[in-house]
Ligand binder design. Structure first.
Ligand SMILES: [Zn+2]
Length: 280
């Protein structure tokens, strides 16, 4: 185990996909490591952040746990940028809404209504335990609509409360990484794309398959501005959307840096909320 950086808590084993332990040097706090008494003492003004991701196909060249691995790394890097004990992180939820990928082997999915209900119960749990600032930090596109629906439904359920801040957000919406690196080919987050492939190359290069022969797959417009219902094989044969052959670990390192910086900035705004205003 590496030595402990100054100012950090003891390392905690929080994520394990392949029997290889990943140790986090946490400056904030993980719910799973605390007693109920310590958790109760953190409520009500400490934001509780639930990272939510997925296990689903990621093309011919990336592991199915890509979204969960990437979000875990964003959380790990965000952790060290925040003031000590300013945020309580829940355990990463790997089961997401991935029904649109189900015709690819290895995808594990909670169907949309069940997923919305699960997120609602997570909000109910947090509210029951006294928390008032509840954040879903998302790392999977399929969770976007059900996640927004869950916080919307919860707000109606707790409509007499004026002190609740119920948020859903996706990490890649917080930054425009091409502003500070001009060799990025894409201008959007795709799927198993240049960006996701680069980030997995940065943290798990041994899990990335051959990308040289993968053809670019355009995101397409799908009858915009209408929203078209779709399943993944309406759009791609191999499973990726975007330009994975342009990936590099250096690009991945850049993406992690800008996303961790911007998510930390966002969570500081949540900490600084005055407890009642709509805007912040
Ligand atoms: Zn993904």
């Amino acid at each position: 185990m590496p030595s402990l950086p100054v100012g950090c808590r003891p390392p905690l084993r929080v994520f394990d996909f392949d029997q290889t332990s990943i140790w986090l040097f946490t400056r904030t706090v993980n719910l799973t490591d605390l007693s109920w008494q310590r958790i109760a003492a953190l409520a009500p003004d400490t934001p509780i952040v639930f990272p939510i991701a997925a296990i689903e196909q990621h093309g011919l060249h990336l592991p199915v746990a890509t979204d969960s691995m990437l979000l875990a790394e964003v959380v790990r890097r965000t952790n060290v940028l925040l003031p000590i004990e300013s945020v309580l992180f829940g355990p990463l939820q790997w089961l997401g809404n991935s029904d649109h990928h189900l015709h690819f082997a290895g995808t594990l999915s909670a169907e949309p209504r069940g997923y919305i209900d699960m997120l609602n119960r997570m909000i109910d749990n947090a509210v029951q335990h006294g928390f008032r600032r509840i954040v879903f930090l998302n790392g999977h596109g399929g969770n976007d609509v059900p996640g927004r629906q869950a916080v919307f439904e919860a707000r109606q359920r707790y409509r007499s409360r004026k002190d609740l801040l119920l948020l859903f957000t996706t990490y890649w919406d917080h930054a425009k990484p091409w502003f500070t690196r001009d060799d990025l080919v894409q201008r959007y987050m795709g799927h198993a794309c240049e960006w996701e492939t680069s980030m997995i190359q940065a943290i798990h290069p041994e899990l990335v398959g051959d990308i040289d022969e993968l053809e670019d797959v355009a995101a397409g417009f799908g009858f915009e501005p209408a929203y078209r219902g779709w399943i993944t094989d309406d759009r791609t044969v191999a499973g990726h959307i975007g330009c994975p052959r342009h990936a590099s670990p250096e690009k991945g390192e850049h993406l992690f840096t800008v996303y961790a910086d911007s998510v930390a900035e966002f969570l500081r705004r949540v900490c600084d909320w005055d407890g009642q205003s709509f805007d912040r």
